[in-house]
Each structure stands twice: as structure tokens, then as C-alpha cells.
Design a protein around this ligand. Structure first.
Ligand code: HEM
Length: 423
């Protein structure tokens, strides 16, 4: 997270096409439903420049994958830089503090990435995560029971899908139960801060929140240096074994700090989007309830159909040509996963939600190649558990009428902030 960095494209094109001029990821119709505009672009002009975000938009499945695989020519170092540069007050909060979060994983475009990935990814391997399963089951059950006790209608986003991934991350990071109410404030969305158009007030509040969580994480790691526990920072300290060449304490703090955002908002959005897609197609929900639909494949299809990470940035490190379009070195690219996941060249009838789709898992929603999401297994366990338990406990679950979808306008993340249901 390079909060102070907002690199500009070095060479913006002088001529912009009609599709490029019309593309605006903040425009309300696009925020509500980006898919028709993306399909049109993919058909007619699969790579184009959009001046509104000073980026080249890439929409075809094969091209998005080839860019992700080519880390030499396409660097990830800008992926989490603020799209809107920080205002002076927010900048001062960072400049006058000890905030220090180097790019080690998702925005690491240096040769150190494979080492970092191996070291920091080890405790996220499936055999380590098995430890979290009983906690996930219990937390999901507790949230559904609480909603059921309150009546016959609830907002699933507020009552289930926002909280569960946050609590799972807190458990993974080793945040003690008594700190959870305080740390929940830090789990505020960073989407608008980094990928949106925040007001100066929002920037100031969110930057202060990020700094508070950084300080909390620093204290947490220092406490684990005194006494190791069974959690992510302790596991890293054990692996480090006092050897700075493996990882410094600063690096462990930075990765622990970033993991809350990486694992929370993404998984919350995915579960809300998938539940919405299933509940708005009655036959799918009935298939889940009667057990005729395979939930893991349904989740893959949900991740393909309406991905929580809609688009992800890369920086061209040299002049390149993509789908016949020349792009100068220094340009910013926005790889549109949402478009790639509906490319008819890869997915038959891509606009249909098909839980039996044979290649659903080939979506790009977790990225591809060197930076492929390290939390994919954990996210899928959580989403599957929520769907399974909802089907068991509330088989009559349905969407409540008259609640228009609510999303945060930004370039990269799409997640329902409200999902009102009845039973
Ligand atoms: C449905 C939920 C999730 C989605 C859609 C998602 C998506 C992504 C994407 C698109 C990337 C970047 C890939 C690239 O640049 O090629 C990524 C990287 C990453 N994700 Fe996730 N993620 C999810 C959940 C999680 C969870 C639960 C965790 C942690 C517990 C996590 C940890 C990470 C980490 C550490 C990276 C950086 C990997 C690297 O650069 O080597 N993610 N994720």
C-alpha cells in the first residue's frame, strides 16, 4: 500500500475513440450494471484508452491472462496506489507518522516477490487453514441464528456477509476477542480511498483509520515476539526464526496489516454477489436446498459471473502491442476481469449463470500466475459455508422486493452493500 504514490501515465494518447470517451466506471448506470458496456467494448474495441482514469482498458480473456503472466513487461507495483492523490491533510497524517508498508506481495514488481510469496504464503496453505474450519462453521451459524431470532427479514450484507469474513481474518491474524469491536472500525472499506474518488474528508478519515490499524498491527506483532500463539503473525515469526534475511519485523507487520483488507472486503463482496445471483434465480436456490447443485462449482460460477475484483491494474514497463493496439511504456492498464470472465471465446453463453459449467473455475477473478490470490482456498471455504448453512436453516429464503442494489463507485471492486431478504 503506497498511500503517497500516485504515478501518472507518462504518455497519454492524443486521439481517443468514442468507446474510450464514453467509458466512465463512476457513472451510476455503469456502477449498477457494467456488463453491457463491457461486452460492447470487447466486441468492437477490446483494448482502448479511457482518459477519465488515464488507463488502457483490456477486456479479452486471452489478453488479460497473457498480461498477468508477463511480469517482465507488466509490473504490478501500482495496483494499490490511490487513484485520487491524497489531499494535503491526509498526506500529512502519513508523512508525520511511522506508517511504513513496503510492497511485498500484491504490488511487488521486483525479483524479491517469489521469495516473499513463498514465505508469507506458507501459513495460508490448506493444511494450516483447516484449523479455521470449526470457527468458520460456528461463526456463520451464530450470525444466521441471530438474524432468525430478530424476525422474518434481514439485510444479509449487514447481518452475515460483511461480518463473517472480517471475524475470520481477525481470528487468523490473532486479534483477541476483546479487541474485535475496536478493530471492526479499522475494517472500514478502503475501496474508495484507493480505487475511487473520495472527498478530502473521506480521505482523512480513511487514512487515519489505516494508520490506527497499522499501529494496532505493530503492537500485535511485538506482543507475539514476546509470546508466540497459534495465528498468522506467530507462524511467520516461527518461520523467520530471528533471521532478517528471511523476513524483517517491518515486513511481517506490513503483510499482516495488508491481509485484513485483502481477505475481508473481497470475500464479503463475493458472498453477497453470489447469494444475490442465486436468490434472484429461484431454480438455483431450490437446487442448492435440495442438494442437486454442487456448491463448490456454483461458487466458481458465481465468482466468474459477477467478480468482486472487477478490474486490476498493471504498469507497462516497455512499449507493447495488445490486440493490435500500441501502448507506450509507462502506461497504466486496467485489466477487466469482469469482461474477461464473460468472453464468449472462452465461456459459452457467458451471460448465463450455469452452476454446471464445466470450465467455471477458469475465471480470472483471483488473478493468474505469479500473483494468484493466496487466500482463494480460504475465501471459497467461507462462501460455501454461508451458502450451505443458509440453505439448511432458511430453505424459503428469498430476495425482498423494492431494494435497489447498492455499490460503491470505484474502478475495481464490486460488492453489494445491501442484500435484503425474507424467509
Ligand atoms: C473472493 C475473495 C477474493 C478475491 C476475489 C481475491 C482476489 C485477488 C486478486 C485479484 C489478487 C491479485 C492477483 C494478481 O495481481 O494477479 C489477489 C491477491 C492476493 N490475495 Fe486475494 N482475493 C480474495 C480473498 C483473499 C483472502 C481471503 C486472502 C487472505 C486470507 C487473500 C490474500 C491475497 C494475497 C496475500 C494476495 C497477494 C498475492 C501475491 O501477490 O503473491 N485474498 N487476490
Amino acid at each position: 500500500m503506497r498511500l503517497l504514490a500516485s504515478e501518472k501515465t507518462e504518455a497519454a494518447p492524443t486521439e481517443v475513440s468514442a468507446i474510450g470517451r464514453a467509458f466512465d466506471p463512476f457513472e451510476p448506470d455503469f456502477v449498477r450494471d457494467p456488463y453491457p458496456a463491457l461486452a460492447e467494448a470487447q466486441r468492437t474495441e477490446p483494448v482502448f484508452y479511457a482518459p477519465v482514469i488515464d488507463s488502457w482498458i483490456v477486456t479479452r480473456y486471452a489478453t488479460v491472462r497473457s498480461v498477468l503472466r508477463d511480469t517482465a513487461r507488466f509490473s504490478p507495483r501500482i495496483v494499490s496506489d490511490p487513484l485520487t492523490p491524497l489531499c494535503p491533510v491526509a498526506r500529512d497524517i502519513i508523512v508525520n507518522s511511522e506508517f511504513d508498508v513496503p510492497g511485498l506481495l500484491v504490488n511487488n514488481g521486483t525479483p524479491s516477490h517469489p521469495h516473499c510469496r513463498k514465505f508469507f504464503g506458507e501459513p495460508l496453505k490448506p493444511h494450516h487453514l483447516a484449523r479455521l474450519r470449526p470457527f468458520i462453521e460456528k461463526t456463520v451459524a451464530r450470525h444466521i441464528d441471530r438474524m432468525m431470532a430478530l424476525g422474518s427479514s434481514a439485510d444479509l450484507a449487514a447481518g452475515l456477509t460483511w461480518d463473517v469474513p472480517a471475524l475470520v481474518l481477525f481470528r487468523l491474524l490473532g486479534i483477541p476477542d476483546e479487541d474485535v469491536p475496536q478493530v471492526k472500525d479499522y475494517a472500514d472499506s478502503r475501496v474508495v480511498l484507493l480505487w475511487g474518488r473520495p472527498t478530502p474528508e473521506e480521505q482523512t478519515r480513511l487514512t487515519q483509520g489505516a494508520l490506527d490499524f497499522f499501529r494496532y498491527t505493530t503492537n500485535l506483532v511485538h506482543a507475539r515476539m514476546e509470546k508466540l500463539e497459534e495465528d498468522y503473525p506467530s507462524e511467520l515469526l516461527r518461520q523467520r526464526d530471528g533471521d532478517d534475511a528471511k523476513a524483517s519485523i517491518r515486513d511481517i507487520i506490513a503483510v499482516t496489516f495488508n491481509l485484513l483488507f485483502a481477505g475481508h472486503e473481497t470475500t464479503s463482496s463475493a458472498s453477497a454477489n453470489i447469494l444475490s445471483a442465486i436468490l434472484s434465480r429461484r431454480e438455483l436456490w431450490e437446487g442448492v436446498v435440495d442438494g442437486s447443485i454442487d456448491i463448490p462449482n456454483l461458487v466458481e460460477e458465481g465468482l466468474r459471473f459477477d467478480p468482486p475484483v472487477q478490474a486490476w491494474r498493471r504498469l507497462a514497463t516497455e512499449d507493447v502491442v495488445l490486440d493490435g493496439v500500441g501502448i507506450p511504456a509507462g502506461s497504466h492498464l486496467l485489466l477487466h476481469f469482469a469482461a474477461a470472465n464473460r468472453d464468449p471465446e472462452r465461456f459459452e453463453q457467458p451471460e448465463v449463470f450455469d452452476p454446471t459449467r464445466g470450465n467455471a473455475g477458469q475465471h480470472t477473478s483471483f488473478g493468474v500466475g505469479a500473483h494468484f490470490c493466496l487466500g482463494a482456498t480460504l475465501a471459497k471455504i467461507e462462501i460455501e459455508t454461508m451458502i450451505r448453512q443458509l440453505a439448511e436453516k432458511l430453505p424459503d429464503l428469498r430476495l425482498a422486493p423494492d431494494h435497489p442494489p447498492l455499490y460503491l463507485p470505484n474502478t475495481s471492486f464490486r460488492g453489494l452493500r445491501r442484500l435484503v431478504v425474507e424467509w
